[in-house]
Ligand binder design. Structure first.
Ligand SMILES: Cc1cc2nc3c(=O)[nH]c(=O)nc-3n(C[C@H](O)[C@H](O)[C@H](O)COP(=O)(O)OP(=O)(O)OC[C@H]3O[C@@H](n4cnc5c(N)ncnc54)[C@H](O)[C@@H]3O)c2cc1C
Length: 411
């Protein structure tokens, strides 16, 4: 019997822990190296501490990548959503429940800790060894194996290495971009990285008085060829705007700044379109503009939008001139949202960009440049919207990398 393959997984986040579970499960001697004391810190803070573990339904078109969309889909289809749900419920013993309005799946316990602890425990049960407080500083191939350099400790050797070091978002969770630098140093093409799913700011903040107001909207961000549209929760903050809809289009705004432009953000504040508002603003007794708007919008926002359109809220609908009505309807259906910046990696839920998907074999996640090196999770050039999509990406790519690293990839 040949000795089992030795697989080192770098990073005990969502993708790395999944890779370790599957590498160890396939019989490899698996070592999970993690920089922090405990690992999985993003899982702990995810979904407001409840961990939106998966989407209830998957729309592949909602992923964003600068690489081939075809490759992205092939990767996603390798582990169907229904099988992932079964894995969590049966293998991990974590029943999932759907939040109907958002189509998100959560552990029935609503405790992110159960997900993090459950994954690490399963990795251990399948035989993986966990090595916390270990920062990997470099990787190099030597004699058909991999040398793993560590900060303040002797280098280790492995037959295969899975890099699952994440991106640059929320660095306090352990991911600081070092993994990306190592992969770039090994010759991989890395698409420019940027904060994604991050709140936007406006300075001066024209709507600061509305901080705390939230409502469902449809928002569109446009910059040249790039467009993103999202419907969902919108939240006014002291510094600007947040909520799932804003986060979902933020990448277009962030990238426009990187390219010295400024994306245009427009908001439809209610479900009514122009014809619907035209009807809703028809004169009706002594009803005022403010009164008509407040029927469908939070009071403070109704007054602020009327003011933005240059219409006093106490005017009656009968007094509205044609041009005022036109301005008001334009503001309600396609109101321009002033913004000047973003909250960056400090608050970004994910990192956009990363190692090009062209650099890996989509079946095995093995690097096309470095045999024996496998990549998964946020280091790769893909992210999804709010709703469990980013964990789904971590689970799918982590599993594929773990299985293939244990099997020996191409050979
Ligand atoms: C506030 C917040 C809420 C979120 N909520 C959700 C949600 O509800 N649903 C969802 O789908 N997604 C959510 N996400 C996104 C999701 O957390 C990430 O997409 C996912 O964690 C990425 O997994 P990963 O394993 O690739 O990277 P990470 O989870 O970032 O893990 C990388 C790991 O590698 C370790 N590491 C890094 N460099 C080294 C090194 N050199 N040596 C050793 N170890 C290293 C890090 O310490 C870390 O443990 C959220 C993100 C944030 C920030």
């Amino acid at each position: 019997m040949p000795p089992p393959r030795e697989v080192a997984v770098i990073g005990a986040g969502a993708a790395g822990t999944m890779a370790a579970i599957f590498a160890a499960g396939a019989g490899a001697r698996t070592l999970l190296l993690e920089r922090t004391r405990d690992g999985g810190r993003k899982i702990l803070i995810s979904g407001g501490g409840r961990c939106n573990i998966l989407p209830a339904r998957l729309d592949e078109r909602r992923f964003v990548t600068d690489s081939s969309v075809h490759t992205l889909r092939n990767i996603l289809r390798a582990w169907p959503l229904a099988e992932q749900v079964t894995f969590f419920e049966r293998e991990l013993g974590l029943p999932l429940v759907e939040e109907r309005e958002t189509e998100k799946l959560f552990p029935a316990s609503h405790r992110a800790r159960d997900v993090r602890d459950g994954l690490l425990a399963l990795a251990r049960r399948r035989g993986a060894a966990f090595m916390p407080e270990t920062t990997v500083t470099g990787l190099r191939p030597e004699g058909g194996r991999w040398v793993i350099e560590r900060d303040g400790a002797a280098a280790l050797l492995a037959d295969a290495v899975v890099v699952a070091t994440g991106g640059l978002s929320v660095p306090t969770t352990g991911s600081d971009g070092r993994g990306l630098a190592i992969l770039r140093g090994l010759g991989h093409a890395v698409h420019p990285t940027y904060p994604a799913l991050t709140p936007l700011t406006a300075s001066p903040a024209p709507f600061a008085a509305l901080a705390g107001v939230s409502l469902p909207v449809t928002i569109v961000a446009r910059n040249g060829e790039r467009t993103a549209r999202a419907s969902g929760g919108f939240l006014f903050t002291h510094r600007g705007y947040s909520g799932p809809a804003v986060l979902d289009v933020s990448h277009v705004a962030v990238r426009s700044r990187m390219e010295h432009g400024a994306a245009r953000l427009t908001v439809r504040w209610t479900s009514l379109d122009a014809a619907g508002w035209d009807a809703a603003l028809r004169p009706e007794g002594t009803r005022t503009v403010g009164g008509a708007l407040r029927r469908r919008l939070p009071d403070r926002l109704a007054d602020a939008l009327a003011a933005e359109a240059g219409v006093a809220p106490d005017r009656t609908l009968a007094q509205l001139r044609r041009e005022e009505r036109r301005r008001l309807i334009a503001m309600l259906c396609e109101g321009e949202l002033p913004w000047t910046g973003d909250e960056g990696y400090r608050k970004a839920e994910v990192t956009g960009g990363g190692v090009s998907l062209a650099e890996i074999d989509p079946r095995t996640m093995e690097s096309r440049r470095c045999p024996g090196l496998f990549l998964c999770g946020e280091v790769l050039d893909a992210f999804g919207p709010i709703g469990g999509y980013n964990f789904l990406w971590a689970w799918v790519t982590g599993r594929a990398a773990g299985v293939a690293a244990a099997a020996g990839g191409r050979d």
